[in-house]
Design a protein around this ligand. Structure first.
Ligand code: FES
Length: 165
């Protein structure tokens, strides 16, 4: 059994705040780094961030909630992003979006009850020629209609699709 002490979320956040607090416009950099390290920004660490940057908790919270990119809860095992930009919309991404929300029983920025899938919107994946496009973890899928979406979900359920969030 390892005797190494597990590093707490608070220690990770404090380290990131200390490392970046002297840079110019540090808040967004710090929030990005925290989300990179923890996959979300734990609400209980907002006071630490605020104190470190001499801001109010409300200011930090305001920035976190303004940018939908930042999560206040851990994501599911897999993150699926559906492109909502122009080219994908023209090729049916809105219908795909409705299908995905209905199939998963969640809205954007939510995670399924079994903690497997988080659904997010994205604005262009640089794959416009193959619209509609979605990203699953690091993999971009092209020409995704409802049937292809269901097949991807089935693959995720059986772990056939290798993804990293
Ligand atoms: S508009 Fe969807 S990938 Fe560019």
């Amino acid at each position: 059994m390892s005797k190494e002490k597990e590093i707490s979320k608070e220690e990770i956040v404090s380290g990131i705040v200390s490392e970046h607090k002297e840079t110019s416009g540090p808040l967004l950099i710090i929030l990005h780094e925290i989300q990179k390290a923890l996959k979300f920004i734990p609400p209980e660490t907002v006071p630490l961030i605020a104190e470190g940057l001499n801001l109010s908790r409300a200011e930090v919270h305001g920035v976190i909630s303004f940018y939908h990119f930042f999560r206040s809860a851990p994501p599911g095992r897999h993150t699926i992003q559906i492109c909502r930009a122009e080219s994908c919309q023209a090729m049916g991404s809105r219908q795909l979006e409705q299908h995905a929300k209905q199939s998963l029983g969640i809205d954007f920025h939510q995670t399924t009850a079994d903690e497997q899938i988080t659904l997010e919107p994205v604005y262009c994946l640089g794959n416009c020629a193959c619209s509609p496009a979605i990203r699953v973890g690091d993999d971009i899928h092209a020409h995704v209609g409802p049937a292809a979406f269901d097949a991807i979900l089935a693959d995720l359920a059986t772990e056939k699709v290798e993804v990293q969030n």
